[in-house]
Design a protein around this ligand. Structure first.
Ligand code: ATP
Length: 445
């Protein structure tokens, strides 16, 4: 994991937030390559959810919502972790922290921070929502929350979307947006952060049909995840036991990935029943029923949710792509006999190709600039003329760039270039005029 974190910084994928001030706990910034990678993942999700389906609409709800939303949703009372404080060192721990020996609140309990005995308090519930104040007065009545999930913005807009889009149940609403959780045991790079992005879709169905839709969405989501190019043996399902289920869920499955720190969830499929809509109907005093135009039945829809973290999915993609390899042949003599390479699916890669003049003379830079200008109209491409060609290839391997386009002596004679494949290291000679078609074909999928 340390190697991936340092590669992410070196190549401009992810930086620690406010690094010059010593960083801010579990908050990260995406650099030039990271923002492209995450955007490609989000766009792929949006395309598959919204553009390629007739029964799902998009939404972008605000982060700030009426505070009653979070009472109705159960987050004010139920979105908590049990925590214990050490009276000696003042550190705070999750009550289920495996490093705690003994029972917190009892004299035998030992603090995992300072080692003192009998200094840990009995567990208290700690709410994970960030609070702030709306307006000029910092008083209880002005408290609002940064949303801890994007789903509630969908529920409170479900009738607006239904009516304006003229959808009929079953139908879904999809949204990508920021969420905030004051996590107590954050960590593992961008796995668990306090500010993150979710890609959530709520599918509204007739009560009684939710189990079928639940299975349908489980299959769809696994297909989508596999489409990211993730190795199948690194993926598995985990069904929530009774004690793991969130306060709103009747059934839940996580898609887990085998991270370097173990199997962990990065997406959940939840049967949320009519929990949220019924509670909003009650708290807001507004009818949220659906009138079935065919049968004239009125009902509150059930909801099947697919909830993925954009950052965690990015981490899955990065972890799965990271390889250290031995190199043989010409490339070994040019760039060294080992390499670090991100074997990203080409369509997800931040840069699709890099353009290299072999040397900075003999007409090569001019032709290389022209080819770079032509390509950038279609793809995100990079120009690099610094250092040996071997070193330039290696930098792009670390960036996950699938193709290296080199302009050499022959290029200025016959307008052909070599295209090096990141994974096979094989080189094709391609006519410059056919380069866009060649890359388009290779980048599909
Ligand atoms: P965990 O148990 O790991 O905290 P969760 O079960 O609380 O996750 P959900 O509420 O189901 O997670 O959120 C759905 C998705 O949102 C998760 O699968 C994950 O990808 C993402 N997510 C949740 N919390 C965080 C976080 N603190 N940092 C990054 N991503 C997160």
């Amino acid at each position: 994991m340390d190697k991936l974190v340092s590669l992410a910084k070196r190549r401009g994928f992810v930086f620690q937030s406010s690094e010059i001030y010593g960083g801010l706990g579990s908050v990260w910034d995406y650099g030039p390559l990271g923002v492209e990678l995450k955007k490609n993942i989000k766009e792929r999700w949006w395309r598959s959810m919204v553009h390629e389906r007739h029964d799902i609409e998009g939404l972008d709800a605000a982060i700030l919502m009426h505070p009653k939303v979070w009472e109705a949703s159960g987050h004010v009372s139920g979105f908590t972790d049990p925590l214990v404080d050490c009276k000696q060192c003042k550190n705070r721990f999750r009550a289920d922290d495996p490093r705690i020996k003994g029972t917190p609140g009892q004299p035998d309990a030992q603090c995992p921070g300072c080692g003192s005995k009998g200094t840990l308090t009995a567990p208290r519930q700690f709410n994970l929502m960030f609070k702030t104040f709306m307006g000029p007065v910092e008083e209880q009545a002005a408290v609002i929350y940064l949303r801890p999930e994007t789903a509630q913005g969908i529920y409170v807009n479900y009738l607006n979307v239904l009516q304006s889009s003229r959808q009929k149940i079953p139908f879904g609403i999809a949204q990508i947006g920021k969420a905030f959780r004051n996590e107590i045991t954050p960590g593992n790079f961008i796995f668990r952060t306090r500010e993150f992005e979710q890609m959530e879709m709520q599918f509204f169905v007739k009560p009684g049909s939710e189990n079928e839709w639940f299975e349908n969405w489980r299959a769809e989501r696994m297909k989508w995840v596999e489409g990211l190019g993730i190795r199948r043996e690194k993926l598995r399902w985990h069904q929530h036991g009774k004690d793991e289920l969130a306060h709103y869920a009747k059934d839940a499955y996580d898609i887990q990935y085998e991270f370097p720190f173990g199997w962990q969830e990065f997406e959940g499929i939840h049967n949320r029943t009519d929990f949220d809509l019924s509670n909003h109907q009650k708290h807001a005093g507004k009818k949220l029923e659906y009138l079935d135009p065919k049968t004239n039945e009125r009902f509150i829809p059930y909801v099947v949710e697919t909830s993925a973290g954009a950052d965690r999915t990015t981490l899955v993609v990065l972890c799965d792509a990271y390889r250290e390899e031995e190199v043989k042949g010409d490339e070994a003599s040019e760039g060294g006999d080992t390499r670090v390479v991100l074997k990203l699916k080409p369509s997800l890669a931040p840069l699709k190709a890099a353009v290299f003049p072999l040397v900075n003379k003999d007409g090569m830079p001019e032709l290389a600039h022209k080819i770079h200008d032509d390509l950038r109209r279609y793809f995100n491409v990079f120009y690099d003329d610094g250092g040996s060609i071997g070193r330039r290839y290696r930098r792009q391997d670390e960036a996950g760039t699938p193709f290296g386009v080199t302009i050499d002596g022959q290029s200025t004679q016959d307008q052909t270039v070599t295209v090096r494949d990141r994974d096979t290291l094989k080189q094709d000679r391609v006519s410059a005029t056919k380069l866009v078609d060649y890359l388009t074909q290779k980048l599909a999928g």
